[in-house]
Design a protein around this ligand. Structure first.
Ligand SMILES: C[S@@+](CC[C@H](N)C(=O)[O-])C[C@H]1O[C@@H](n2cnc3c(N)ncnc32)[C@H](O)[C@@H]1O
Length: 311
């Protein structure tokens, strides 16, 4: 079995000039009049919901240096800094376009900005941070995609990532199946961060292991194959994330792991109106369509919070 490497770095560095078509949950919830806010129990932005959830698990009095990787338009950090101005954040992003957007929205705060591919960052550099945030970006990192006939050239990136995959298989007892796409970039990054002993780590992404709770089964359908699924987007492809492999790595590094759908911290106001909207096979309005997609995303995206043992 050969593999090809799915990579998005060139796209993010050279071609990305809008996030509009890739509507992240954070961006969907940011405008105060967003229809997505109307279906939540608390009508607030994503960063506010996440901060309020994290502060139940993390003592923010112990958090100063915070790294956000791939912060997109910067909304999440804007919310965090508004709620907690004592944070000293670094925003690292591969995209020069998005980094400029972040500088603009965060201009009233004291923030460090770094343009870099996160996989090129020295592992030691992570140890400077108390908390690392990775929201909706692990799917952008390289993935090894099975490909029947291709034999990878020992010089190319796929070959070195393949070696890395056999290392993960042995070291963490990860049972990659023959036809399985491997989130090799996400595994590599999380291992680097855990090795650096960062005390608190948060990540979220499309999951290939997402489940719909019983009460929602009549209303939404989420297909999760259990192995990373391709998502085709403008100019690049991403892959959903196999969270159980990330969990194994974090646990081997003695992190306590909490994992679930992002709906855990974005709870729905599950009323008759919402049920009626979700039941529509063909939505009548753009707003109904947006809400259907949003509710789907609340359960298709998983989060994982990792807290170093002893904290
Ligand atoms: C889908 S966007 C998510 C943006 C934001 N976190 C949100 O939730 O709205 C992915 C982000 O990750 C960044 N990114 C992708 N690959 C990266 C890499 N290799 N290193 C650093 N940042 C990366 C993108 O430029 C972008 O900011």
């Amino acid at each position: 079995m050969g593999y090809t490497l799915n990579a998005t770095d060139n796209y993010h560095i050279k071609d990305l000039n809008s996030l509009g078509w890739e509507l992240t949950v954070g961006n969907a919830l940011y405008p105060e009049n967003s229809p997505c806010r109307s279906v939540l129990q608390t009508k607030a932005s994503f960063g506010v919901h996440l901060y309020r959830f994290l502060e139940k698990l993390i003592d923010f009095n112990e958090i100063y240096n915070i790294l956000e990787i791939g912060g997109g338009l910067g909304y999440l950090m804007h919310d965090f800094l508004t709620l907690n101005p004592q944070l000293t954040p670094t925003m690292l992003d591969i995209s020069p376009y998005l980094l400029e957007k972040q500088k603009e929205i965060l201009k009233e705060f004291n923030v460090n900005f770094l343009q870099s591919d996160i996989l090129k960052m020295e592992m030691n550099a992570f140890s400077a941070y108390d908390l690392i945030i990775m929201n909706e970006n692990l799917g952008d990192l390289p993935a090894l995609v099975p490909h029947g006939t291709y034999i990878s050239d020992p010089q190319d990136d796929a070959a070195s990532y393949l070696e890395k995959a056999s290392y993960f298989k042995q070291k963490y007892n990860i049972p990659f199946a023959a036809q399985e796409t491997i989130n090799i970039g996400a595994l590599t990054l999380l291992e680097n961060i855990c090795r650096a002993k960062v005390e608190y780590i948060y990540l979220s992404e499309h999951s290939c292991e997402a489940l719909v709770p019983e009460f929602l089964k009549p209303y939404i359908n989420i297909e999760s194959s259990g192995t990373p699924e391709k998502i085709s987007l403008k100019g690049h492809n991403e892959y959903t994330i196999k969270f159980s492999y990330l969990q194994k790595i974090a646990q081997m590094f003695n992190y306590n792991v909490r994992r679930g759908p992002i709906a855990d911290f974005l709870p729905l106001d599950f009323n008759d109106r919402l049920c009626a909207t979700l039941r529509l096979t063909t939505p009548f309005t753009a707003e109904q369509e947006i809400i259907q997609q949003f509710v789907h995303d609340l359960y298709k995206y998983e989060y994982m919070i990792m807290i170093k043992d002893g904290k």
